[in-house]
Design a protein around this ligand. Structure first.
Ligand code: SF4
Ligand code: SF4
Ligand code: SF4
Length: 429
């Protein structure tokens, strides 16, 4: 197998195909501190793309309650257990030496799904994986709102108070879709070469005319985001709303600038920010500090990849929820969790401004600009590490531009208020 560089695990790794990169990559940041589990995103995708016969159980976007929920059920714990059996106790990170470009979170010294794959009864495996049973797809929101609580030796009881930095009783909503991975396991697993990654935006698609429904992609995708459709006997997956990314919204006044996907624009909790990042021929993110995704993911490292240790280099990134036990989060997002939560707990002036851009525009924001405003507040913040910091808050204005340089978002740190005069209260009760 060729060697490729995976910056998320901080080292080169084995991948069945030669390294090749798109010019741009569609990516997203989800702020898990804000998701309310309303499923509007899931319904936006379903009512657009998967409302046909045979797609009843296909939720390309789903939101599951962690730690107990999962669609399909137990998708992540089952794969983690399989990897641990193949590489007992080896799934660890070395965080000593970090290079902000090549290994920002340190180096993963365990085996990825590609490296741990072994020949099985059906021939050589490309990636460690499994085919979920039909009943595991049937309850997409199983264990909704089910909290986890642990036994307290101090009180002799289960449960406990919900106080930062870690709640003793906790759950959180994890919104998921295909990560349009840099090294997709679905693509590498397909014996028909039916799956491809678009050079213009890195979106991973299944060519329906080539697919024969062998379900190797369903087996190989560690996130279980390729799904089988019995009525067509082919596999399907999230198409990244590629017509929208290409700028087609069907409206007569469309400008041709990239639009966010359906599940992104519908988000009620304003947890989502989608973007396109420019990729070097050798796979690095090009230096583009005013791109909001580049700022959040690479420069500030406040948003982290989901299960980077699987090795596919997913392009979905998450701001981890502040109240969740750190060992659980580190397993899910890698060793950058403490750094990310520390920053999010007390964002500085620039970070606070960029965090306001979530769901301010239908268009993908290619560049942001901060216009300075007056200081409006100052407060002492106790960080999860126990340190205290003084946060100064300025009423800055943050402006977003699309890829054509058109201004598409303007917002301020302080939400403007308007007091209606009594004469306008005609319809009030
Ligand atoms: S998340 Fe799964 S389906 Fe999507 S690109 Fe990655 S491996 Fe393929
Ligand atoms: S990007 Fe589009 S196709 Fe993919 S989950 Fe979101 S709405 Fe569905
Ligand atoms: S629409 Fe947004 S807030 Fe609602 S469940 Fe989806 S990601 Fe969470």
């Amino acid at each position: 197998m060729p060697d490729v560089h995976n910056w998320q695990i901080g080292r080169s790794m084995k991948y069945p195909l030669q390294e090749r990169h798109p010019r741009w990559q569609s990516a997203f940041v989800f702020n898990l501190n804000r998701c309310i589990g309303c499923q509007t995103c899931s319904m936006a995708c379903k009512s657009t793309w998967t409302f046909g016969k045979g797609q009843e159980l296909s939720w390309w976007n789903n939101v599951e309650t962690k730690p107990h929920g999962g669609y399909p059920q137990h998708w992540d714990s089952r794969l983690l257990t399989m990897l641990d059996k193949l590489n007992p106790g080896g799934q660890v990170w070395r965080v000593g030496r970090q290079d902000s470009n090549r290994s920002p979170y340190g180096t993963f010294s365990g085996m990825t799904i590609f490296e741990a794959a072994k020949p099985g009864p059906a021939g050589p495996q490309v990636a460690v994986g499994y085919l979920p049973a039909d009943e595991q797809w049937r309850r997409p929101n199983v264990h909704e709102d089910t909290a986890n609580s642990s036994f307290s030796h101090a009180t002799g009881e289960f449960g406990g108070r919900a106080e930062l930095p870690e709640h003793r009783v906790w759950f959180f909503y994890l919104a998921r879709l295909c990560n349009h991975c840099t090294y997709p396991a679905c693509l590498a697993s397909c014996p028909r070469n039916a799956i491809y990654k678009r050079p213009e935006d890195g979106i991973v698609l299944i060519d329906q005319s080539r697919c024969r429904g062998y379900r190797k992609c369903v087996q190989g995708c560690p996130y279980k985001k390729a799904m089988y459709r019995p009525t067509t006997t082919t596999s399907e997956k999230c198409i990244g709303c590629f017509p929208r990314i290409g700028g087609a919204d069907g409206a007569p006044n469309a400008t041709g600038a990239a639009l966010e996907a359906r599940c992104m624009t519908a988000c009620v909790g304003k947890i989502r920010l989608q973007g396109l990042v420019q990729i070097d021929p050798d796979g690095n993110w090009a230096d583009d500090p005013d791109n909001p995704l580049q700022f959040l993911v690479r420069e500030r490292q406040v948003a982290l990849p989901l299960y980077p240790q699987f090795g596919t280099e997913p392009n979905g990134f998450y701001i981890p929820p502040r109240w969740v036990p750190r060992n659980y989060l580190v397993q899910m997002f890698g060793p950058g969790v403490d750094h990310a939560i520390e920053q999010y707990s007390c964002p500085d002036r620039e970070l606070l401004a960029v965090l306001q851009l979530f769901r301010t525009a239908r268009h993908i924001i290619a560049r942001f600009e901060i216009r300075k405003g007056p200081k409006v507040a100052e407060r002492e913040v106790t960080l999860p590490s126990g340190h205290t910091r003084t946060q100064e808050i300025y009423n800055d204005t943050v402006v977003g531009y699309d890829r054509n340089g058109r201004q598409v978002a303007t917002t301020t740190i302080e939400e403007p208020t308007f007091e209606r005069p009594a004469s306008l209260h005609v319809n009030s009760i």
